[in-house]
Design a binder for this molecule. Structure first.
Ligand code: GDP
Length: 455
């Protein structure tokens, strides 16, 4: 499915108008194809210098029309991103010249690259491991500086080397146990197995703990902003975003759909979800909005329950509050600029309460602090940037830890070596999947299909 032999091409910069745009090719034919469509200012004598920029024009070989004025870079294998020959054509950023250059490359024999295929080649050719390939996607998608640091950390291979170290420890123990099983009559000097197992378990626990924090930076925290109509949810969203994204009107129930926006609070990306008010109503559209709110709360990591301090608590407030009982929540008593008639102390009494005015923007920074504290709840934010941040990795660490714990148990109970080797092999396999040493084609497919074309 993933052939490495053909030459792939793609527009590697975002579609749209920009100062420059890049068409990239990777493979043995990259340079021959480029040579047929590129006319250098100073004619090349034989093969052009590698890792240099060459100035010239792209010319359609059939019509001899000049397509664009470009800078072409030729990077000869193996010191390249994919470890294959790469040609990059820096053209003007409009979509028309880029498409035309790409189609000339395809006419010349290149194949359109699939999502993430350049990075996939880097992985398959051993230049990077799977965690580094995933880091490339994370870097592109990083939403805050802290998320970017986590991704860059992963790109430099620190996670992979930690994982490999644990894996090697386990493989060493496994090799010894297998030797004991396979050659019972040989005099194999006894080796400590429980020690390495214990170390592996400890390291995996640390990675799992770190991943908890890393995943927050990578994926962000989903915050559902809920409350009955007209309490000021959309106004609060706008205040937190400092833009006018949601439509604010004095008519109840105007927020018919959910809106999502990301804000950076202390480096953590918070994805704010504004929901329609939850209220008993006959209106069909409103009813759909309510269902969305219910779902939004269920899917969120935490909830901001907005109530109107200038009005008495209503049955609708209680109904919305009921949705939040199992979520980390904050009760936001809004409209403090008006005379406050209710403090809502008996609404979610265990959750922190804060009084603000979304309209006048008072109490907002205190609310932001409270949101961050609620998420981290004692977890340390400062200190080292976590290297583990990917839920896929976390699931595999868990599996590896379970297997190691089983093996430890078997060792403690003095069970035969076979029992241990099964569990240890499973742990070794799970860790191999993290770095890609034992990756299946489906796994690669699912990871790389998440990339954009040209990466
Ligand atoms: P939602 O239905 O909960 O999203 O409420 P909106 O954000 O649409 O606000 C409903 C009405 O309350 C609008 O007229 C807002 O201007 C008003 N409002 C929102 N926040 C405040 C506030 O802090 N003080 C006052 N006085 N009015 C507010």
């Amino acid at each position: 499915m993933y052939s490495l032999d053909d030459t792939i091409a793609a527009i590697s910069t975002p579609i749209g108008q920009g100062g420059i745009g890049i068409v990239r090719m990777s493979g043995d034919e990259a340079l021959p194809i480029a040579t047929r469509i590129f006319v250098p200012q100073r004619p090349w004598q034989g093969e052009p210098a590698s890792h240099y920029l060459h100035y010239g024009h792209i010319v359609d070989p059939e019509t001899e029309n000049v397509v664009d004025e470009v800078l072409l870079s030729h990077m000869k294998a193996p010191r390249t991103y994919t470890r294959q020959d790469i040609v990059e054509i820096n053209a003007h950023g409009g979509i028309v010249p880029l498409r035309e250059i790409l189609s000339l490359c395809l006419d010349g024999g290149a194949r359109m690259a699939r999502e993430g295929e350049f990075t996939l080649r880097a992985f398959l050719n051993g230049r990077i491991d799977l965690t580094q390939a995933e880091a490339v996607a994370d870097i592109i998608r990083a939403r805050t500086e802290a998320s970017l640091r986590v991704a860059v950390n992963q790109l430099n291979g620190s996670l992979a080397s930690e994982v490999k170290e644990i894996r090697e420890k386990l493989m060493h123990a496994l090799a010894y146990l297998e030797a004991v099983i396979d050659f019972p009559e040989e005099d194999i000097p006894p080796q400590d197995v429980e020690g390495p197992l214990e170390e592996a378990a400890r390291d995996l626990e640390a990675l799992l703990e770190e991943a908890k924090r890393g995943i927050i930076y990578r994926q962000g925290i989903h915050v559902a902003i809920v409350g009955r109509p007209n309490v000021g949810k959309s106004s609060l969203l706008n205040t937190l975003l400092r833009t006018d994204r949601a439509i604010v009107t004095p008519i109840p129930g105007t927020t018919r759909d959910t809106l999502e926006e990301t804000v950076d609070l202390d480096g953590i990306p918070f994805v704010l979800v504004d929901t329609a008010g939850i209220d008993e109503t006959d209106n069909v559209i409103e009813q759909q909005g309510i269902e969305r709110s219910r779902t939004a709360v269920q899917q969120a990591d935490m909830a901001l329950l907005v109530v109107d301090g200038s009005e008495q608590v209503t049955e609708a407030d209680r109904q919305v509050a009921a949705l939040c009982v199992d979520k980390p929540s904050i009760v936001v008593v809004n409209k403090e600029d008006l005379p406050i008639v209710c403090r809502y102390r008996d609404i979610l009494p265990d959750a922190p309460h804060i009084t603000i005015s979304a309209l006048r923007r008072t109490g907002i920074s205190e609310l932001e602090e409270l949101v961050v504290d609620t998420v981290l709840s004692g977890r340390i934010v400062t200190g080292e940037t976590p290297v583990a941040s990917n839920p896929r990795h976390r699931a595999l660490f868990r599996r590896a830890l379970e297997s190691v714990n089983h093996a430890q148990e078997a060792a403690r109970r003095g069970l035969p070596a076979d029992f241990l080797t099964i569990d240890i092999s499973e742990a070794v396999d799970a860790l191999g999947r993290v770095t890609g040493e034992t990756a299946s084609e489906e796994l690669l497919e699912s990871i790389f299909s998440d990339f954009c074309i040209g990466k």
